[in-house]
Ligand binder design. Structure first.
Ligand SMILES: C[S@@+](CC[C@H](N)C(=O)[O-])C[C@H]1O[C@@H](n2cnc3c(N)ncnc32)[C@H](O)[C@@H]1O
Length: 236
């Protein structure tokens, strides 16, 4: 059987549109709920304050945007941006189900051409988005452009561990837990894309180098759970 390769932006958009209805449930199941902790850490590292204008790029179904909204409060504003209309529809639905009023706005747009002026946001997050964009330097450049001087961004994603045995565990987990679980949800083809996308994703040090290249003043990559995940923390 020919394995479909997902390389273009429209392929990536199609994957995330297709998995939207099951995306949250799969995330909880595949990470045993841990993704919520990593996302909370990411939000903290982006340094949101009451009244801030915050951005969540590649927001998907909106987990990080909801967490940012709690931090900036009703006097602030959070924009969740994604190019998958079906992921955004789930985010809107989640917002409608909450009784609490939240300062959220959802925008269908491209992380590689952010529809905002320069120096607009006080902080930003990106969860599992950088690995999926088709041009990582351009995505970092756009993020840098829309942040105010001194603002922080925190970018959470998978990472390949340095240590061979943790790396072997990660590969085993992808092959034996992620793909079969995705098969159960009838989304095997979409999740088979995860391993190749990770294989070509720059390691932490390289992410830091790319961030400096587009003009960030500070850049640090913090490995999580033995380096299987990581957060790139940036200051403009
Ligand atoms: C793995 S999901 C992450 C969703 C969410 N941030 C989370 O952590 O659960 C990656 C998201 O990136 C979005 N995405 C990928 N490339 C994009 C681009 N160029 N512009 C906007 N969104 C993009 C996809 O549509 C998808 O919703």
């Amino acid at each position: 059987m020919n394995q479909k390769t997902f390389t273009s932006a429209s392929d990536i958009q199609e994957i995330f549109d297709c998995i939207a209805p099951e995306y949250d449930r799969l995330n909880d199941r595949l990470s045993l709920g841990q993704h919520r902790i990593w996302k909370a850490m990411t939000v903290k590292w982006s340094n949101p304050n009451l009244g801030d204008t915050a951005l969540d790029v590649c927001c998907g179904s909106g987990d990080l945007a909801f967490m940012l909204a709690q931090k900036v409060g009703i006097s602030g504003k959070v924009v969740g941006l994604d190019f998958s209309s079906r992921q955004l529809a789930i985010a809107v639905h989640k917002q409608e189900r909450r009784s609490q009023q939240l300062p959220l706005e959802w925008i269908e747009g491209d992380a590689l051409a952010l529809p905002f002026g320069n120096n607009y946001f006080d902080c930003a997050t990106m969860g599992y988005g950088l690995r999926n964009v088709t041009n990582i330097p351009l995505s970092l450049q756009e993020l840098h452009r829309v942040l105010k001087p001194g603002a922080k961004a925190a970018i959470l994603d998978f990472h390949r561990p340095e240590q061979a045995y943790i790396r072997a565990f990660q590969q085993w987990y992808l092959d034996n837990i992620v793909v079969p679980t995705a098969r159960e949800f009838k989304m095997m083809e979409q999740y088979a894309y995860l391993a190749p996308s990770l294989a070509k994703f720059p390691q932490g040090k390289e992410q830091v180098r790319l961030a400096f290249e587009v003009g960030f003043k500070q850049a640090n990559h913090y490995p999580l759970i033995g380096g299987m995940m990581g957060v790139l923390v940036l200051s403009k």
